[in-house]
Design a protein around this ligand. Structure first.
Ligand SMILES: [Ca+2]
Ligand SMILES: [Ca+2]
Length: 284
């Protein structure tokens, strides 16, 4: 039994309230019993009863302030009419110390204070004191929890796209709660959105023709943006701060009907591909 610290104990049903002649408690072995009979409260039936030993009462029984640690509480019980007496031991631990906050919180293999994922039910991992309950919370709602074995992992329910501020805590068996840790996840299921103004599909282009348009990426950011003709080399496309691009196409060595392929990919692997058939005219 681990307490924080307060002991509640119901008397056994066979022990009728009227028949309890003596109820004592000790935290100092069999020589230190203190009367707790007045603490018995009858239940609704007024047949059985229970008692609560508050922190103050435990200190009184102990004769000093109880520090954190393990104790054995002896309850001495005597019944009418035959004065049968028994001593019942209860082992308990007092723990007023909050556990350390969980550490090394990460998304998959990417330890970071900000983590990106295309997975809407990501698995979050970390470390925490052994046997503490690790809880995850988002906007006041629980995302689940697990018992730490030193390391822990929790797979969340479905998360929406965008920044999600997840609060992670560790709670020990006595209910002491660690300081919260804020772990931000960026959920990104959206591929970059691409608008090409030029060249238009099925038109003829020639030396000096430009590739123009705009690209918009949500959440995780643009990892790569390239163009190529057929199976040729991928050439990076420079973009302005507002996502617009306007470059001269490299047509070196190309002629005739070709497929111009633009590929944009964000940091979590969402990809947009646009294929534009063109005819390349060479010479004057
Ligand atoms: Ca503790
Ligand atoms: Ca994205």
């Amino acid at each position: 039994m681990t307490i924080s610290p307060k002991i509640r104990r119901s008397l056994d049903k066979s022990c009728l309230l009227d028949s309890v002649a003596l109820l004592e408690a000790s935290l100092n072995g069999e020589d230190g019993f203190v009367d707790i009979l007045p603490l018995i409260q009858p239940d609704d039936s007024f047949v059985n009863g229970s008692f609560v030993l508050s922190a103050e009462k435990l200190d009184e029984i102990y004769g000093d302030t109880l520090i954190d640690g393990s104790y054995t509480l002896l309850i001495k019980l005597s019944y009418n009419p035959d004065a049968e007496t028994e001593i019942i031991p209860f082992n308990f631990t007092i723990d007023r110390q909050a556990p350390p906050s969980p550490t090394q919180i990460a998304l998959g293999d990417l330890p970071s204070t900000v983590a990106y994922t295309s997975d809407t039910t990501p698995t979050i991992t970390g470390k925490a004191e052994v046997t503490t309950q690790v809880t995850l919370e988002l906007g006041g709602e629980s995302l689940g929890g697990t018992l730490s074995e030193g390391v822990w992992q929790v797979t969340t329910p479905t998360l929406a796209d965008g920044a999600q501020q997840i609060i992670v805590r560790a709670i020990d068996a006595a209910g002491n709660v660690s300081d919260p840790i804020n772990f931000e996840i960026q959920v990104d299921t959206l591929a970059p959105v691409l608008n090409v103004n030029s060249p238009v599909a099925n038109t003829t282009i020639s030396a000096g023709s430009r590739l123009q348009g705009q690209i918009v990426e949500n959440n995780s950011g643009l990892d790569s943006f390239t163009y190529k003709f057929d199976d040729g080399n991928e050439i990076p496309i420079d973009i302005a701060a507002d996502g617009t691009f306007d470059i001269v196409l490299d047509l070196t060595g190309l002629s005739g009907d070709r497929q111009l392929t633009l590929t944009a990919q964000d940091f979590v692997g969402n990809q947009t591909v646009e294929i534009i058939p063109v005819t390349i005219r060479t010479g004057q």
